[in-house]
Design a protein around this ligand. Sequence first.
Ligand code: SF4
Length: 177
Amino acid sequence: MSEKVRLATVWLDGCSGCHMSLLDMDERLLEFAETIALVYSPIVDAKEFPQGVDVTLVEGAVSSEEDEKRLYLIRERTKILVSLGDCAITANVPSMRNPFGVDAVLQRVYIENTSLQAQIPRHELPLLLPRALPLHNFVEVDVFMPGCPPSADTIYFALNELVAGRRPDFGAHLHFG
Ligand code: SF4
């Protein structure tokens, strides 16, 4: 790729830890200034997911109808879709609610654990899907980047490979800690 790689990052049902790890690349982020254009992310002021994105890193599971809708749009507009972290790959932490069902979870959060004005908000919340699921249950995923979160070194390796036009092979390049 001779022009800058158009990169997006998206935060679905995750804790933002994967994005924190991305930022943990610290000064190495500056190395990508010449090769990457960050066109959409929780850390940039872009309202709509753009057309023609080369690489999108998606953190988090798909837990609501809104997540699902966003993911289909992202897939449509992205060449290489990366599941960033274990929540995106396996549903991990968000899937802990799956055995209980949506009603029981809402009851627990908004009624049983509330001492004042206990009520379940019916209009303000995105509608939860019956189960939190990984991205590849909905769309084709091109790259799986494991870790909870993937370390900054792992993300750095992956971005360098993607910028070079290669699919990262994490076999020998998973960095922990
Ligand atoms: Fe948070 Fe871990 Fe899920 Fe990333 S994979 S969103 S760090 S819980």
